[in-house]
Ligand binder design. Structure first.
Ligand SMILES: [Zn+2]
Length: 204
């Protein structure tokens, strides 16, 4: 499945609680907010049990209000939606929340594409420029920069010599290939979302 790195991406956009909330949504596909609070608090209690007695770092229970706030944040970013059903007995509305997978996939795929673009630029640079670096490996520079510096490292004053960047080039190529594959898989899974919704989500 496709959700490795999702947590990092969401964390950059929101906060830790929202990351947890999204993970519960992905796991349960459709869930009411109160049930979600129970699940998150059970997780917290479980993690507290594993702490030894002198580790007094108590995490407080999560409140319904906080969970709702996170759900609204996800909703604002079109990453989660709800359907509202009136409870026949109480007359109150019940909100069933679910993740918007199309958007989540888009988000991840776009991030991957951005990384690929950056890696390609770096690869291009590495392939076009022989780099010069000191023995300590401080900031590598191009030949013309090294020439201007008199082949002396600006950080440590040691001599600059030509750097073998074959390994860097190999690494970049491998990374680009990996990400290309991931984008391909992501686009395929995006085409089969209905099927995906029937299976439990698994994070890498
Ligand atoms: Zn140096």
């Amino acid at each position: 499945m496709y959700f490795s790195q999702l947590n990092d991406i969401i964390l950059k956009l929101t906060d830790q609680t929202t990351v947890k909330v999204l993970n519960v949504l992905l796991e349960h596909k459709e869930i009411i907010d109160e049930e979600m609070v129970n699940i998150l608090n059970e997780e917290i209690e479980q993690s507290q049990k594993d702490l030894s007695e002198d580790e007094e770092e108590r995490i407080s229970r999560i409140a319904l209000k906080e969970v709702r706030k996170s759900l609204y944040k996800l909703n604002e970013r079109s990453l989660a939606r709800y359907r509202r059903v009136r409870d026949k007995e109480t007359g109150y509305f019940v909100y069933y929340w679910s993740p918007i997978l199309e958007r989540i996939f888009d988000l991840i795929i776009n991030r991957r594409k951005l990384s690929i673009k950056k890696l390609r630029q770096r690869l291009d640079y590495e392939q076009r420029n022989l780099l010069y670096v000191c023995d300590e490996g401080h900031t590598p520079v191009t030949f013309s920069d090294a020439f201007e510096l008199g082949f002396i490292c600006t950080t440590c004053g040691e001599e600059l010599s030509q750097k073998d960047n074959e390994n860097t080039i190999k690494f970049l190529k491998r990374k680009i290939k990996e990400l290309d594959e991931e984008v391909k898989t992501g686009l395929e899974e995006l085409d089969n979302l209905a099927e995906l919704m029937e299976k439990p989500f698994q994070k890498k």
